[in-house]
Design a protein around this ligand. Structure first.
Ligand code: DQA
Length: 143
């Protein structure tokens, strides 16, 4: 089964958006790294990004129907979205949270994420490598 790798709002702007925080790699670069890492683990990924909360909820439900583990960088929705938390809870599948930056080292409002209530763990602060490490963790959880 593929691992769903989902990214939330504004991550389509990676590379140009606050590069001092999020780095110079684009989302396509991140996708390529994720595909390579998944391949090295003998896995496939479904890699998607949306700026819309409901679309992310739909994709989480799709992963649930297929029984696929989820890696999610919820971006700002991690801090606000009970709908995404509830969708992840309903999925009853391994969830690994990931962030490019280290939210704990930034503003106070980034310290809490709803996703962390349901995630097996989180990988934060390593830029694109956060995604690769999260995929590795998810592959280990969903054999
Ligand atoms: C982020 C951190 C969030 O606080 C922020 O809202 C983002 C990106 C990250 O990957 O570091 O959009 O999820």
């Amino acid at each position: 089964k593929p691992i769903y790798v989902l990214s939330g709002p504004n991550l389509n702007l990676l590379g140009v958006r606050e590069p001092e925080i999020y780095g110079h790699q684009t989302l396509d670069d991140v996708r390529a790294l994720c595909e390579a890492r998944a391949k090295s683990l003998g896995r496939e990924i479904v890699f998607r990004q949306s700026n819309h909360e409901g679309e992310l909820v739909d994709w989480i439900q799709e992963a649930r129907e297929k029984g696929c583990a989820i890696v999610i960088n919820p971006a700002a929705y991690g801090h606000t979205s009970i709908a995404i938390l509830d969708a992840l809870k309903a999925s009853d599948l391994p969830v690994v949270e990931c962030h490019l930056s280290n939210p704990a080292a930034r503003e106070d409002f980034r310290r809490h994420t709803y996703v962390s209530l349901v995630a097996a763990g989180a990988v934060t602060g390593f830029g694109a490598a956060s995604y690769e490490l999260a995929i590795e963790a998810a592959a280990g959880l969903a054999r």
